[in-house]
Design a binder for this molecule. Structure first.
Ligand code: ADP
Ligand code: MG
Length: 251
């Protein structure tokens, strides 16, 4: 369980930027959660706080009863962003092995790397270098690196937003399938409300800055979800309404 209690965050960058305002949020383990909202509303800030990359100005975060700092030390958290941050001078395989370098049992490195490559369908590209991969393959490599970390919380900050639409759609489904087999808690920032309704258990909608949570929708439809069904359309409309209403208030 991840718990955000009364979390507010301000950046001081010449002047104060109010990024998040009084976020209270409980996230159950194993859920696939989408975060949506206009840009600048604090979605990345929320993930950075959970990953202990920054500390909140106010409030408290608990991750399975631990502080984010402890959770990171205990390797509970893995992060993935739009840019894959691969090391260009290492092969696909070596990029994954690097994430396993501090593993206690070096004997299992090869096996884990093989499994991860297989899970993201990159086995045949194991000896290629990152700059010879397409954008989609580079993000699959980033996914493999995430898998071998064996974390139970995946923080995904618009992981496929830089890709073309078809590749993004396919990779999002692959992410969903990986989530189904690995069962981590996923916090996934996306701009795509359709994909959010299609895949997530719960959607959190943020207001324009300073970010507050203005929508919290649980989705109980069974998978695979039929996009033409009235329930699906109703959820899409509900989300659009929340996003538009809140935008208008701020114009
Ligand atoms: P989102 O991911 O929803 O687009 P962010 O969390 O990145 O939003 O940013 C929230 C607000 O905080 C924005 O106004 C952004 O400009 C500001 N911000 C983010 N990072 C910094 C920083 N390091 N210094 C100053 N302001 C920042
Ligand atoms: Mg962001």
């Amino acid at each position: 369980m991840i718990q955000f209690s009364q979390i507010s965050h301000q950046y001081l960058n010449g002047h104060l930027v109010h990024a998040l305002e009084k976020i209270n949020l409980t996230i159950q383990s194993g859920q696939f959660i989408a975060l949506i909202g206009p840009s600048g509303c604090g979605k990345s800030t929320l993930l950075r706080l959970a990953a202990n990359l920054i500390q909140p100005t106010q409030g408290q975060i608990q991750i399975h009863g631990e502080s984010p700092q402890q959770a990171v030390l205990n390797k509970r958290i893995a992060w993935m962003a739009q840019q894959p941050a691969l090391l260009p001078w290492l092969s696909v395989q070596k990029n994954i092995e690097l994430a396993l370098k501090f593993q206690k049992k070096p004997s299992s490195i090869q096996k884990q790397t093989e499994q991860a490559l297989q899970a993201v369908r990159l086995t045949e590209a194991a000896h290629q270098f990152p700059n010879t991969l397409s954008g989609g393959m580079q993000q699959r490599l980033a996914l493999a690196r995430l898998l071998v970390q064996d974390a139970d919380i995946w923080l995904m900050d618009e992981p496929f937003a830089a890709l073309d639409e078809l590749t993004r759609e396919n990779l999002t489904i692959e992410l969903y399938n990986l989530w189904s087999s690995y069962q981590p808690t996923v916090l996934w920032v996306t701009h795509n409300i359709y994909e959010a309704v299609k895949l997530s258990d719960r959607i959190l909608v943020f207001s324009p800055p300073p970010g507050r949570i203005v929508g919290d929708i649980n989705i109980n439809l069974s998978q695979p979800r039929q996009e033409n069904s009235p329930e699906f359309q109703k959820l899409l409309n509900q989300l659009r309404n929340i996003l538009h209403q809140d935008q208008e208030l701020h114009q």
